[in-house]
Design a protein around this ligand. Structure first.
Ligand SMILES: [Cu+2]
Length: 156
């Protein structure tokens, strides 16, 4: 049945060409936030083992709006900016992390509590999609001069 073998070959190549299949997501998490804080974000490490691709959109049930963001240094002030896509070059690790690239949740519909699992779907430039389940972590904002660090309180 050479004909069937050929169809199988074409199908398997079509699957291999799919950006969602070629992208490996490592250590994804979302930042814990109360709904009143309105916003949160998701972070992860992404390795693209296939052709150069890009994330062009993201969806989640946790917020009314989901955007792709980066941070820019505007005269020493870090500001978030919406970007049209996150490029995923072949074989490189792209890090979404606090202070850098992130998936932004705007107008939260619910609290994101530590330990919760939330859904995020990444949409790639070839139209393929990858559905993820992310744990919610507490993300400490680093501020200099905060008191209480480095001192161990003993409770008896
Ligand atoms: Cu943002």
């Amino acid at each position: 049945m050479k004909y069937l073998a050929l169809i199988w070959l074409l199908l398997s190549q079509a699957v291999l060409a799919d950006a969602a299949q070629n992208v490996v997501i490592d250590k994804p998490f979302a930042r814990a936030a109360m709904q009143q804080q309105k916003n949160s974000a998701a972070f992860m490490q992404i390795i693209n083992q296939g052709q150069p691709a890009a994330i062009v959109n993201a969806r989640s049930s946790v917020s009314e709006i989901v955007e792709l963001h980066t941070h820019i240094n505007d005269n020493g002030v870090m500001r978030m900016r919406k970007i049209p896509q996150i490029d995923l070059p072949h074989g490189q690790m792209v890090k979404l992390k606090p202070g850098g690239l992130h998936v932004m949740f705007i107008k939260l519909k619910r609290d994101l509590n530590v330990g919760d699992m939330i859904d995020v779907t990444l949409v790639f430039d070839d139209g393929s999609e990858k559905a993820l389940e992310l744990p919610v972590h507490k993300v400490m904002m680093k501020h200099k001069g905060m008191s209480g660090h480095g001192k161990k309180m003993m409770h008896h």
